[in-house]
Design a protein around this ligand. Structure first.
Ligand code: NAD
Length: 338
């Protein structure tokens, strides 16, 4: 069984990816500093997969720890999720974001070179497109100046990996540009666990429906979209997790260096109001929401041209928006009883 180092493997996307790695016969080795996750997620991953996982509680900027991991475990590939991800916080604390997101990546790359592990899947984001010039947006679209330090870190991380690929023709990497991950595992054992006030829409919706928040604000209904609210490409986290396995298998089968950027989205745009309506329908809950002002930094509309992921990796999203919302709601309800 091939060992795969999964940094940030106890986080939202990382935990679902660990499950899919095990379902596909890989052995995840998790490195997580628990800065935005809980240790019990490890037990839940093991419960779903019916298998134990190796876990290192530590920081991916800790070079000594990385040496230990690479020496103890025979690592065939790396999926690098670990990063700080709250856009608003990144505006207030830019150094935290530059240090963690850029420092984390360069430490991982140094260790991967030192220990001759040449396969890297990196978590990037559609945020690199800013407001795209045309829709759906494909991978050749212009990279725009980021609206936040968080967005800048994703642009710079992509550039660091691309520069390394130029310098080292044996290095193999795939930069996955995620659109908007939502949902939770079908077992309701793992899902999104926001600390404090959620900055993502779906946890805000489920917490409002569960009575933890009085109301939800839709930021703007005067955009040039079908109902005036923003358009996003919402993708089920399990579909997204499976894209990582396809990307990893693609790299492991390649004999020469490569660096590819790939959109991971459904290819469909839905408005925020459509999402709210769909949630009300699947949950049977009426949401208390109001329309507020536009929020600075919000892009009017962004959704993926998802053809490259299909052609290059043989991957496409299959789970519906309704199922994703139902899974998110079931996960929220499971948190109420635990
Ligand atoms: P998350 O916060 O749930 O998971 C990240 C995990 O990394 C957490 O468990 C955290 O404890 C850990 N971590 C952070 N810094 C670390 C460090 N220095 N060393 C070790 N562990 C560390 O986030 P997520 O939603 O699962 O996102 C995973 C990746 O995907 C991130 O790189 C994020 O920027 C990217 N991404 C997320 C989204 C989204 O909407 N969730 C969208 C696009 C891209």
């Amino acid at each position: 069984m091939k060992n795969i180092l999964v940094t940030g493997g106890l986080g939202f996307i990382g935990s679902h990816t660990c499950v899919e790695l095990m379902n596909s016969g890989f052995n995840p080795v998790i490195l997580d500093n628990l800065s935005n996750s809980e240790i019990w997620i490890k037990d839940r991953i093991e419960k779903i997969a019916n298998q134990t996982v190796s876990f290192y509680n530590g920081d991916c900027r800790d070079e000594q720890l990385l040496d230990t991991i690479f020496s103890n475990e025979s690592i065939h590939g790396i999926i690098h999720f670990a990063a700080s991800k709250a856009v608003g916080e990144s505006v207030l604390e830019p150094l935290k974001y530059y240090n963690n997101n850029l420092g984390g990546l360069t430490s991982i790359l140094e260790a991967s070179k030192k220990h001759n592990c040449l396969n890297l899947v990196f978590s990037s984001s559609c945020t690199v497109y800013g407001t795209p010039d045309s829709l759906p947006v494909d991978e050749s679209a212009k990279i725009k100046t980021a609206e936040s330090p968080y967005g800048t870190t994703k642009i710079v991380c992509e550039r660091i990996i691309q520069d390394l690929s130029i310098a080292d023709s044996t290095f193999k990497s795939i930069l996955l540009r995620y659109f908007n991950p939502i949902g939770a595992h079908e077992t309701s054992l793992i899902g999104e666990l926001p600390l404090g006030v959620p900055s993502n829409l779906v946890p805000f919706i489920t917490q409002t429906a569960a009575g933890h928040r009085n109301s939800l604000t839709v930021f703007g209904d005067d955009y040039n979209t079908k109902d005036g609210s923003c358009v996003r490409d919402f993708i089920h986290v399990t579909d997204l997790a499976k894209a990582h396995i396809k990307a990893l298998e693609f790299l492991l089968n390649k004999n020469e260096g490569i660096c590819e950027t790939v959109n991971i989205g459904t290819g469909n745009g839905n408005t925020v109001l459509e999402l709210i309506n769909a949630f009300e329908k699947v949950s049977g809950k009426k949401l208390n929401y109001s329309i507020g002002d536009r929020r600075s930094g919000d892009v009017e509309a962004v959704y993926a041209d998802a053809s490259k992921s299909k052609e290059l990796l043989g991957w496409e999203a299959v789970i519906s928006l309704e199922q994703a919302l139902l899974d998110a709601w079931n996960w929220q309800q499971s948190l109420e009883v635990n």
